[in-house]
Ligand binder design. Structure first.
Ligand code: NAP
Length: 258
């Protein structure tokens, strides 16, 4: 944290930098991506529910921090206000709740995962499509997961939500053909962030155990790939990038499980 002045609540009209919007930028992959894109010359608009965190990071990287709850229509409407031209949208807000078999599934956990990962991505993407098109070279990056590509025991709430989020994103790739908007799905395996802490409802010991005995990726590993995607020329569309730690071969197999 620096002692930079507070970030503005909107990009100023005299700021000639292209605008990049990152959802879920208060921690983990979203925060790292905001830093990477800012270093590449973007004015980054950061959104998350913990507005103090996005405001602090925005001040540090010369961006804009705004409160955002992707599950709330009014919040999304307020978040996109004044964003008329957007070059990059990173749909990152999301996560998992619980690790239960279908037989004992917690419906509230499922609703949280579907509302955040699926409907949240839909809401923000819909709201920013005109601004992405208006940029003349828009890019939508959606952070799904290897859970969008395979199923695993006790994970159906998350894997089904990530599959749905992936299909939403892949459908847009077809529907936007002919428009100046590129679409990239990023599907990471294990990344050490607050992801497991959120999944296990704040149980630090259980979260730490996920990453013990192997070397997971860190948020910067994913952010660097997003920076690479955003720096390709307009005619090149990286459709799907799957990245995993060397120690993980699939959602179900890693060096610990054998
Ligand atoms: P994280 O550190 O827990 O970050 C999740 C981010 O999502 C936070 O900034 C959180 O901010 C935000 N968020 C959650 N609910 C939100 C809501 N309703 N509205 C707005 N923002 C919301 O976890 P992460 O690993 O960086 O996760 C980022 C993305 O990567 C997620 O989509 C996750 O599913 C995906 N992913 C993670 C992994 C992994 O192993 N870590 C692997 C594959 C994919 P607030 O709480 O402040 O709102």
């Amino acid at each position: 944290m620096t002692d930079s002045p507070a970030a503005p609540s909107a990009p100023s009209s005299s700021d000639s930098r292209p605008v990049a919007v990152v959802t879920g930028a208060s921690s983990g992959i979203g925060a790292a991506t905001a830093r990477t894109l800012a270093a590449q010359g973007y004015h980054v608009v950061l959104g998350a529910r913990r507005v103090d965190r996005v405001a602090a990071l925005a001040a540090e990287i010369g961006g804009t921090g705004r409160q955002l709850d992707v599950t709330d229509e009014d919040s999304v409407t307020a978040f996109v206000d004044g964003l008329d031209t957007v070059s990059v949208l990173v749909n990152n807000a999301g996560g998992a709740k619980g690790l239960d078999p279908v037989a004992t599934a917690d419906l509230d956990d499922w609703r949280w995962m579907w509302e955040t990962n699926v409907i949240g991505t839909l809401r923000v993407t819909k709201a920013l499509l005109p601004a992405l098109e208006a940029s003349g070279d828009g890019l939508i990056v959606t952070i799904t997961s290897i859970a969008a590509l395979e199923a695993y025991d006790n994970g159906a709430g998350y894997t089904s939500a990530k599959h749905a989020q992936g299909v939403l994103h892949r459908t847009l790739r077809f529907e936007l053909l002919g428009k100046p908007i590129r679409l990239t799905e990023i599907a990471p395996g294990m990344v050490e962030t607050d992801f497991s802490l959120v999944r296990f409802d704040g149980d630090q010991e259980r979260a730490d155990a996920v990453y013990q005995g192997l070397t997971p990726m860190v948020a910067d590993d994913v952010a660097e790939v997003i920076g690479f995607v955003a720096s390709r020329p307009p005619h090149v569309n990286l459709d799907l990038i799957v990245l995993k730690p060397r120690d993980q071969a699939s959602a179900r197999r890693n060096v610990k499980t054998g």
